[in-house]
Design a protein around this ligand. Structure first.
Ligand SMILES: Cc1cc2nc3c(=O)[nH]c(=O)nc-3n(C[C@H](O)[C@H](O)[C@H](O)COP(=O)(O)OP(=O)(O)OC[C@H]3O[C@@H](n4cnc5c(N)ncnc54)[C@H](O)[C@@H]3O)c2cc1C
Length: 460
């Protein structure tokens, strides 16, 4: 259904969702079949070629299943991912998501644009959703400062119109214009990803994510269809690379570190491809409770994409918020609605602690010359040294103690390497302790609550 009203939308909705992106479209697809009356607003419903959200960790896939939305992953050549392959100089090994045949977890590699259209089409099939096409320009507040809806500029008529709803979900993404009204969030740019598609490349380990650790900064790739592989090249710093910097980075800091069996394919693709560049943000969630509105998705919380954890967190949040809303008999009790929003903000903290810490901690470790050698060797040991970290990375293990334990073990292994090597023992070890502390402390401070140690640590 599309809005036809010329100026004001007289109809009131249970929920108005701002942004039909990954978060907004998915929560619409989850809630609409349950009879909740939803207004879905976006400025652009066309399919995009993006380099974001193309690897779903098993935690994200499992949450989709729990919400009975796993069919959204079908029909567009998405690929199962069974684990990771790690490369450092001439050494390589794989880590499987499943440590035995008792579990069948897998991730999914896909085209983000195709996946989003699949979610949107599914959501818009529901008679409970009204689609609005326009750019949201403001939130509407009543005299008690309760948010009662939004204003938007209609795409076709260019008129300013409004939508009224008992709850407004702000899921306007990465560059959110509205997070400042609903949070004290501050974001930093950690690095940039330069992305390109490799065509018809045979990966050294098919249906695996690949991490190359020999280069000065990490490189990752994974299949996104049966014939295409996404390559993401990290470019450190908070300034976007210029064209000649990209060329220089690839020539000197990428190509010399690509394994021989894969080099021809990468070289050909680099010569014939357009690069896309995206900033990688870190933004811990610091929501401010406001009646009538709630933040969801990248508008609320972001982490480095090296672990592909973004959609694990987004889908965790959708399930938590969705289930709190479904728990209400209707949307007519503002006090109960407010309580449910507060409960969602509190519950999501624990659900996403490991996903958020892991993403930025691993990026810090992989960008540190000593620690990245240690993490490679630690994971290569197998057993608990690889099963523990992969359970965290996949978004299936929420126990913060497991994350802290493995992080400390990697730092200790690194220090033992230094003492076994020649010279600089104590000074270099103190440097590693300092680096480790500088990586982990801000993350623990922002993301970890003591109560998390006593909560249920699996969701599936
Ligand atoms: C380089 C990179 C790679 C990533 N890779 C992965 C990965 O492999 N796996 C993973 O799980 N996560 C990954 N992520 C993270 C993941 O992509 C995001 O967490 C996810 O896309 C967030 O979804 P969202 O709905 O919040 O934002 P978006 O999907 O960006 O949606 C926002 C929507 O809001 C609309 N909008 C914005 N402003 C307005 C307005 N004023 N009016 C109307 N509409 C508006 C936009 O048109 C858009 O449709 C990656 C992130 C980056 C930066």
């Amino acid at each position: 259904m599309t809005s036809t009203d010329n100026t004001t939308q007289n109809e009131s909705f249970d929920i108005c969702i701002v942004g039909a992106g990954m978060a907004g479209a998915t929560i619409a697809a989850y809630l609409a079949p349950k009879g909740i009356k939803i207004a879905l607003v976006d400025r652009d419903y066309t399919e995009k070629e993006r380099i974001v959200g193309e690897l779903l960790q098993p935690g994200a896939v499992e949450t989709l299943k729990k919400m009975q939305l796993e069919h959204l992953l079908e029909g567009f050549d998405s690929q199962p991912i069974y684990g990771y392959a790690l490369f450092q100089h001439d050494k390589k090994f794989t880590i499987a998501y499943n440590k035995s045949s008792d579990t069948q977890y897998h991730g999914t590699g896909l085209h983000n644009g195709r996946f989003l259209q699949s979610i949107r089409n599914d959501a818009l099939k529901s008679k409970h959703i009204t689609q609005f096409h326009g750019t949201v320009s403001g939130l509407i507040e009543d005299e008690n400062k309760v948010i009662t809806g939004i204003q938007y500029r209609d795409k076709q008529s260019r008129d300013i119109k409004s939508v009224s709803a008992k709850l407004t979900i702000m899921s306007d993404g990465f560059f959110s214009s509205f997070r400042k009204d609903l949070s004290n969030n501050k974001h930093t740019v950690t690095s940039f990803f330069i992305g390109l598609v490799l065509k018809d490349c045979l990966l050294p380990y098919p249906n695996h994510g690949h991490v190359f650790l020999s280069a000065p900064t990490p490189l990752i790739c994974y299949p996104i269809s049966s014939t295409e592989t996404r390559l993401l090249i990290d470019f450190p710093g908070n300034k976007a690379p210029k064209k000649d910097e990209i060329k220089d980075h690839i020539t000197n800091k990428v190509l010399p570190f690509i394994p021989d069996e894969f080099l021809d394919c990468v070289t050909t693709s680099i010569a014939t491809n357009d690069f896309k560049v995206m900033p990688n943000h870190y933004m811990p969630a610091k929501p401010v409770l406001k009646e009538g509105a709630v933040l969801l998705g990248d508008a609320l919380n972001m982490r480095h994409p090296i672990t592909g954890g973004g959609l694990t967190a987004v889908f965790n949040d959708i399930r938590l918020l969705g289930d709190h809303l479904l728990d209400m008999p209707n949307f007519d009790d503002p006090a109960l609605l407010h309580k449910k929003i507060a409960a969602y903000y509190s519950d999501r903290f624990h659900a996403n602690t490991n996903v958020n810490i892991m993403a930025n901690a691993l990026y810090g470790v992989m960008s540190n010359d000593e620690l990245k050698v240690a993490v490679f060797e630690y994971l290569a040991k197998g057993g608990d040294s690889s099963n523990g970290p992969i359970s965290l990375l996949s978004g299936l293990n929420r126990h913060p103690g497991v994350l802290i334990k493995h992080f400390i073990y990697v730092a200790l292994l690194c220090i033992s390497h230094i003492f076994k090597g020649k010279g600089g023992g104590i000074a270099k070890s103190l440097g590693v302790v300092k680096d480790t502390f500088c990586i982990i402390w801000p993350l623990v401070y922002n993301e970890l609550r003591f109560s998390s140690f006593f909560k249920k640590n699996t969701q599936h």
